[in-house]
Design a protein. Structure first.
Lengths: 328, 382
């Protein structure tokens, strides 16, 4: 795909340890089109945040990209030297993290932080940058932005702080925003405000979003496409409505069944017994095979690649026409 | 046959079912509910707000005020007044045996404070908590301990609520020892093994330490510890908020099986309305220290009365709603140190009028059998 904004191919991230390298991400490939919202879901430890960190070049050492490539508008960014990556980050890729309190510097006013970010990336004078900062704060729905700009982060509530973080991420008009659990620390009513805000702002500016979250409800309302991760791999990727309503991978099916919903009454939630394997004990073949209700002998031997399954793609042998007797 | 034997039987059944290769999916409870519990705890048609049979838990107008004033010297020098935080202000409800009452609300609404008052971790500033007719505050010494045995709590964070230096066997045996339920060490060991099996772990896990378990397994240990004293009433404060959805499903299913098998009564605190919809029989919605709406689950979700409840229901992202355009409600929860006058929700309420700004609404019965604290609902403006 040439028109992709972001292209990740065969990305592999590992953590060297005394007992050999731990493979945290393996064979991650996906693209994000301009203006698209890609949701990335999975349980803790599935590697979703790590994927985001690899893209913005903020992998915590000793974690490192062992293989594969990341391209932004056709240009490789995973091999850029740190100084150049710093320019990409902020200018072309914005980042929003879960906890708004730790992503703002408590010692500086939000205005100073915004102006600094704007001036780093855009050729603007201090007063122009300040005017833009006020504009950004207004756009993110902060009342009395002209006075609030001189306040410190602790003077804002959680929801307001997250708005400031969004303003910071949008400061230099990036093409892509990597949002890692942007609403997890917020109450539902505030979460709704922030999601709507993020969505409208990105629609207006044509910004693409990679939305990392464990909350399927947030994904359902926000994303265009969704990638489901399990044990460091993408197990299913496809249009959001298909993945939610017609999941193809047994893990996705189990995951959807385990989410309580207010629109239906169920006596019991479906449960996937067991837990996700640790990185040092990923079983051979398909990583999900010990928990899979439809496991076949081939699942214990060979690892399935992503293959077409309806309008989505799933990494599951059930969808391989060559695997005998397998009709999903 | 006591409760625990029933539990054991239930666990054996589950184990057999799993051994037979059938996933434990939607099993109808085969164990008849114990005599102490009402026969049909989950019928929403039962008299909604006040339970007909003598309720197990009666909470009458409880309040908790925290003194958050500056130190005395600062107050004198800087002439600052005393500052009182009304974390909970006049909350009343009752819970029937075998019933699950859920309290929902956003952070800071006082739901956890209510939970802590019910188990005696906080002493209410005002009001009474009665358990099976006994006033929790009046009882001390032996009778107090006997009453406290019947109430247990499951906390939100399974990483913080288990002592990392204790083996699982010690953690689970502590309530048994404290309440002197069993004397012989071999009996206690056997009982710990049984409890671990009830929550889906193995007796061999007793020798391990909390850090050797995953979050979901730790929460199972917390549940086993809570069950160790054979309680009738469990207060669950966000028991699954720290867990992943698939693990949350395991824990919620386990809690439901235990409730069916032993006739447990739950107070379930959560901010997640979808989870509440799944577990609760009745739901109380809290806002700034007060219950603003109290209704049977089906009524509340089908026909919410209070504007705040409607706003909350509107705000939940739901997987059934792909591509839905939402209308977010503005505003945030006000500072509880300086709450708005009258109805505390009025600055965010689309229906607010002069009376709402002036007068605090009381929790009154509504036309659909719920209770709501709202002038607009009372006047039929809602």
């Amino acid at each position: 795909m040439t028109d992709a904004l972001l292209e990740v191919r065969k990305l592999r991230v590992e953590f060297p340890t005394r007992h050999g390298a731990l493979l945290a991400l393996d064979d991650i490939s996906f693209t994000i089109a301009p203006g698209e919202v890609l949701g990335v879901v999975g349980e803790s430890g599935a590697g979703k945040s790590l994927t985001g960190a690899a893209i913005i070049g903020l992998l915590e050492p000793p974690g490192r990209i062992a293989d594969g490539e990341i391209r932004l508008l056709g240009r490789r960014i995973d091999t850029l030297p740190p100084a150049e990556m710093r320019r990409v980050r902020g200018r072309e890729i914005g980042a929003i993290f879960q906890d708004p309190l730790t992503s703002l510097n408590p010692l500086y006013t939000v205005g100073r932080q915004l102006v600094e970010t704007i001036q780093t990336h855009l050729p603007m004078t201090a007063s122009q940058a300040r005017a833009r900062a006020v504009e950004l704060l207004k756009a993110t729905g902060i009342p009395a932005a002209e006075t609030r700009i001189d306040h410190f982060p602790h003077q804002f509530s959680g929801g307001m702080r997250q708005r400031v973080v969004i303003a910071l991420a949008l400061a230099a008009d990036p093409r892509l925003i990597v949002a890692d659990e942007p609403t997890t620390a917020l109450d539902v009513s505030i979460q709704a405000q922030i999601i709507t805000l993020l969505k409208t702002l990105c629609q207006e500016n044509g910004t693409a979003i990679m939305l990392v979250t464990h909350d399927m409800g947030v994904i359902a309302e926000t994303a265009d496409r969704v990638a489901v991760m399990y044990a460091g791999r993408i197990v299913e990727i496809g249009p959001v409505a298909d993945v939610i309503h017609q999941p193809r991978h047994p893990y996705t099916i189990g995951l959807m069944g385990s989410i309580p919903s207010i629109s239906e009454d169920r006596e019991r939630l479906e449960q996937i017994d067991g837990a996700m394997p640790r990185l040092n004990a990923i079983p051979p073949g398909c990583a999900f095979n010990p928990r899979c209700p439809r496991v076949m002998p081939v699942c214990r031997e060979r690892r399935p690649e992503l293959m077409d399954a309806g309008s989505s793609q799933a990494a599951c042998w059930l969808h391989d026409p060559d695997v005998a007797g397998a009709r999903p | 046959m006591n409760t625990i034997e029933k539990l054991a039987e239930r666990a054996r059944e589950l184990a057999e079912r799993e051994a037979a290769g059938k996933p434990a999916q939607a099993p109808e409870p085969t164990v008849p509910p114990p005599a102490a519990a009402p026969p049909e705890p989950r019928t929403p048609a039962a008299p909604p707000v006040t339970a007909a049979i003598a309720p197990l838990i009666e909470v009458d107008d409880i309040a908790k005020v925290f003194d958050v004033s500056a130190p005395w010297l600062n107050r004198v020098i800087e002439r600052k007044p005393r500052q009182l935080l009304y974390a909970v202000d006049g909350v009343s409800f009752s819970i029937a045996r075998g019933e699950t009452l859920a309290l929902v609300g956003e952070s800071g609404c006082g739901k956890s404070t209510v939970a802590r008052m019910l188990v005696g971790l906080y002493r209410p500033t005002r009001g009474t908590v009665r358990i099976d007719g006994h006033d929790l505050a009046r009882l001390s010494g032996k009778s107090g301990q006997a009453l406290r045995r019947r109430i247990q709590m499951i906390f939100q964070d399974p990483y913080a609520s288990l002592n990392p230096r204790w083996q699982v066997s010690e953690i689970i045996a502590e309530p048994i020892r404290v309440h002197r339920l069993l004397a012989r060490p071999t009996d206690i060991t056997r009982r710990v093994g049984e409890l671990l099996q009830h929550v889906g772990l193995t007796p061999a896990d007793a020798a391990r330490f909390p850090h050797q378990f995953s979050g979901g397994q730790r929460q199972r240990i917390s549940i086993a510890r809570a069950l160790a004293s054979q309680p009738e009433f469990l207060v669950c404060d966000e028991p699954t908020s720290a867990l992943d959805v698939s693990v949350q499903a395991q824990v919620l299913n386990l809690m439901r099986d235990l409730q069916r098998a032993a006739g447990l009564t739950y107070l379930f605190i959560s901010h997640n309305l979808a989870v509440v919809h799944h577990v609760a029989d009745r739901v109380g919605v809290m806002y700034l220290g007060r219950i603003v709406e109290l209704a049977p689950k089906t009524t509340l979700f089908a026909n919410p009365q209070h504007p705040y409840t409607r706003m909350l229901l509107d705000a939940i992202p739901d997987t059934a709603m792909t591509g839905r355009a939402r209308t977010p409600v503005g505003g945030e929860v006000p500072n509880p140190l300086n709450p708005p006058t009258g109805c505390t929700f009025h600055p965010r309420c689309p229906l607010a009028d002069a009376r709402c700004r002036r007068e605090t609404p009381r929790l009154l019965p509504t036309a659909n059998g719920a209770q709501a604290a709202c002038h607009a609902v009372e006047e039929g403006r809602a």
